[in-house]
Write a protein that binds this ligand. Structure first.
Ligand code: HEM
Length: 379
């Protein structure tokens, strides 16, 4: 039986820091090894990684491959592997598949459709203008210190109908999600879920609307967890993307508007890998046998940055039934910052040479984030 090339020596989940201009040699080597490679998972044992666009689209639509952590390798320590609760413990978009997942998507998707999101365009631009305007008065500012966290959270809380007085609490909770103590995560989830509950109590915004659209039998606790999921998934990713977007806009080869957003998401996808997926039975993928309860990932960054790949649909927002439900909102948020930067801060510049900007990754499947982004917005 054929097996996938083993790339464990490349250590594709290693944490680290490198310059923004340094080439990503690990991803190039994984791609060169084949469309499906095998590595060692951070939580131990083998993981299969897809490096090819066509195969990625097959794997993300394969009904034999599921998101539910109930199918995670039995040897993984659930606590330290950073897994979500199982679908039975906590049903969610990111752990359900099949008809139950489709039902939840039907509840969420219309609220975040292109039409609904574009109705918020002026408001999102106004939030970007206000936050950047405040910073512009301070000379050199590090946008990664607060802006990239605060702006997506402000947009999300605003759209969900949660009072903006809670942005600081929400920001603290998001930072706690990555504290080394796994217990801190529980505290952070509870804090975000509690904030979401305030919008439900007020009956305002998208949170309340989502509540009305939930499948029958959904408990209040489950609804709060769905809202936590939206805030967390929407903050973390957009936060990282904003750093790359502004660096790119002010860098040596600037683009603007939609082209800038597309290029940033293609070259620096904030989710460099898909979330974990697991085989539900012994299966073959691209002719390679993979045992039941094995983890599979798509290397989104590797696929997106393959030299010579035609421009067009990249995998920044995933593919298949789990395609990012917030993709329209995320692109509006990025577009608003690109627009406001170009229109209101035409003299904005990096306060350090582009070549000195550094990105770090916490390791595992987490994405890269600029370590700092010192800029002068005006003057
Ligand atoms: C630039 C920003 C963003 C990027 C690059 C991004 C990327 C992704 C990707 C790659 C997936 C699929 C993961 C997989 O298949 O394993 C995903 C799913 C998801 N995203 Fe996003 N996302 C972004 C912003 C947002 C925002 C703003 C929201 C919320 C409003 C959001 C909510 C979600 C949710 C709830 C899912 C799970 C969907 C499902 O499993 O059915 N994301 N995202």
């Amino acid at each position: 039986m054929p097996s996938a090339p083993d790339v464990s020596h490349l250590d594709p989940f290693a944490p680290g820091t490198r310059r923004l201009t340094d080439p990503d040699t690990t991803r190039a080597a994984m791609r060169a090894a084949g469309p499906l490679v095998q590595a060692t998972a951070p939580a131990g044992g083998p993981v299969w990684i897809v490096t090819d666009d066509t195969l990625a689209r097959q794997v993300t639509t394969d009904p034999r491959i599921a998101k539910d952590p109930a199918f995670a390798p039995p040897a993984w320590d659930r606590r330290t592997a950073g897994l979500e609760p199982t679908a039975a413990e906590q049903p969610s978009l990111t752990t359900l598949d099949g008809p139950e997942h489709a039902e939840l998507r039907r509840a969420h998707a219309p609220l975040l459709s292109a039409k609904r999101v574009n109705e918020r365009s002026e408001r999102v631009h106004a939030i970007a203008r206000e936050l950047l305007g405040e910073l512009a008065r301070h000379g050199t500012v590090d946008l990664m210190a607060d802006f990239t966290t605060r702006y997506p959270l402000t947009v999300l809380l605003d759209i969900l109908g949660i009072s903006l007085d809670h942005v600081d609490r929400a920001a603290d909770a998001c930072r706690l999600m990555f504290a080394p103590d796994p217990a801190a995560q529980g505290t952070a989830i509870a804090a975000l879920a509690e904030l979401a509950a305030t919008a439900l109590a007020d009956g305002e915004g998208l949170a309340a609307e989502l509540g009305e659209r939930m499948p029958p039998g959904t408990t209040a606790q489950q609804l709060r967890y769905h809202l936590f999921g939206l805030v967390f998934a929407g903050q973390l990713t957009t936060d990282a993307a904003l750093g790359f977007l502004v660096a790119d806009a002010l860098g040596p080869d600037p683009a603007q508007g939609e082209a800038l957003v597309r290029r940033t998401l293609r070259d620096h996808p904030p989710a460099p890998y898909t979330l974990w997926r697991y085989t539900t039975a012994d299966i073959e993928v691209a002719g390679v046998p993979i045992p039941a309860r094995s983890p599979i990932l798509v290397d989104i960054q590797g696929v997106n940055t393959r030299p010579g790949s035609p421009p067009g649909a990249d995998l920044a927002f995933g593919a298949g039934p789990h395609f990012c439900v917030g993709a329209q909102l995320a692109q509006l948020e990025l577009r608003a910052v690109a627009d406001v930067l170009a229109a209101d801060f035409p003299s904005a510049r990096l306060a350090v040479p582009y070549g000195e900007l550094r990105q770090s990754t916490l390791g595992g499947i987490l994405g890269n984030r600029l370590t700092a982004l010192p800029v002068v917005l005006a003057g």
